[in-house]
Design a protein. Structure first.
Length: 404
């Protein structure tokens, strides 16, 4: 299979970028012309309507260089390098900022679907990595984009490559949809059984009264001065922080303290069934300490809650506290009305529904069944994504199929 190496600038009529409206004195508004940022595009290249900003028509005219047209290709050139999307008529009229390059093709040498796949391949990543040269954060110029070398086969071969990659991508999308559907099923099951924390008819109690009643049942981690990095050792008692809770994977990480420091901070130690809650910036992330865990303590960015087991199941509690409506309730009580800072006092006073424990357990058991199916699908999704990536690399090496 023969490829021509062609610079992207040779097959485009325009490579440009936008500007941040605020630098020109314009503010974002609640409605108006769509304004696309990097975060407006997900990893699959789909536009997220809830992440689009909006500008006035006057601002859009002022930024006329970066007015988007249908079939323009957007490629992120700052921050999260390499996000790719094609502009659809559904988001027009629209504009964008300087973090996204606008690529407008000319002629029919390269099809848009083919170029989209190529821009996601290792061939592009490797070309840009050469420009990095030790720089921690790579930012690309429009010249870098124009100088990008595209491997271009005959049009009929491009179409064949796209058909094969589309089939693999469809499998990925279907598996992603199944995982989303399972999450929706879990939420529907919860709401059907209990309602949410606002409208439910079940009795509500303060979290403080649902703890196991022991001293330090609800406690934040130690002050920073009590847990400096100079106290860390290679092995001993584990330090649990946001990095574990955000991943919901307590086996992650390798920070430890010795026996002496552990005994000093024993009030911050955890046990099976405890709830760990992220306090700063990422509230809403919770983990339940499993039976097989490394003994240790929480750091200053976490809180632990030890619940009375005959009143509240920890996995029921975790799901309830992760619901968007519950998070919004807590946000309304947070400092400054944001989810940035949550403290022990707020959590102790927060009231949650307390259905009968047997009903909680029914939900938890059903949730575990769904979780097993989801785990299988996630493993399958990882394999399919690996397959798609492998096909991408083969396609642009000319190894995907052989011409007769």
């Amino acid at each position: 299979m023969k490829f021509k190496d062609i610079k992207l600038s040779e097959i485009t009529e325009l490579i440009t970028k936008g500007t941040t409206p605020t630098t020109l004195g314009y503010a974002f508004q609640s409605t108006g012309i769509n304004f696309v940022k990097i975060e407006s595009i997900d990893e699959s290249g789909t536009f997220k309507s809830n992440k689009l900003e909006h500008i006035s028509e006057e601002c859009n005219e002022k930024l006329k260089r970066s007015k988007l047209k249908e079939n323009d290709i957007l490629f992120s050139i700052a921050g999260a390098i390499g996000k790719v999307a094609v502009v659809t008529k559904e988001i027009l009229p629209a504009n964008t900022n300087q973090a996204l390059a606008i690529i407008r093709l000319k002629g029919d040498v390269v099809s848009i679907p083919y170029l989209l796949y190529f821009l996601k391949s290792d061939f592009v990543i490797k070309q840009f990595e050469k420009r990095k040269q030790g720089v921690a954060q790579l930012n690309l110029s429009l010249k870098d984009i124009g100088d990008l070398v595209i491997k271009v086969p005959e049009k009929n071969i491009q179409n064949k490559i796209v058909r094969i990659l589309n089939q693999a991508k469809l499998l990925v999308i279907k598996r992603q949809s199944q995982i989303i559907a399972l999450d929706e099923l879990t939420q529907s099951l919860f709401l059907e059984m209990f309602g949410d924390n606002i409208k439910s008819n079940f009795e509500k109690q303060k979290i403080e009264y649902l703890s196991d009643g022991k001293k330090h049942a609800i406690k934040a981690g130690p002050f920073g001065s009590a847990l400096k990095k100079e106290f860390y050792v290679k092995e001993g008692y584990k330090i649990y922080g946001q990095e574990q809770v955000i991943r919901d994977e307590l086996s992650y990480g390798d920070y430890y303290i010795d026996e002496k420091k552990y005994q000093e901070l024993i009030n911050c130690s955890i046990k099976p069934g405890d709830i760990l809650i992220s306090l700063v910036g990422t509230f809403g992330k919770l983990s339940v300490v499993p039976n097989d865990f490394e003994p240790g303590i929480i750091n200053p960015r976490l809180m632990k809650i030890s619940l009375e087991s005959n009143k509240v199941n920890p996995y029921f509690f975790k799901y309830l506290m992760s619901l968007p409506t519950t998070l919004q309730q807590i946000s309304n009580n947070a400092h400054g009305g944001t989810m940035g800072i949550i403290n022990v006092g707020i959590i102790k006073e927060f009231k949650i529904i307390v259905p009968p424990i047997d009903k909680q357990l029914i939900f938890v058991n059903k949730m575990e069944e769904i979780k097993k199916i989801k785990s299988y699908n996630q493993k399958s999704l990882a394999e399919m994504e690996c397959l798609l990536n492998s096909l991408l690399q083969q396609a642009f090496k000319g190894e995907l199929f052989y011409e007769q």
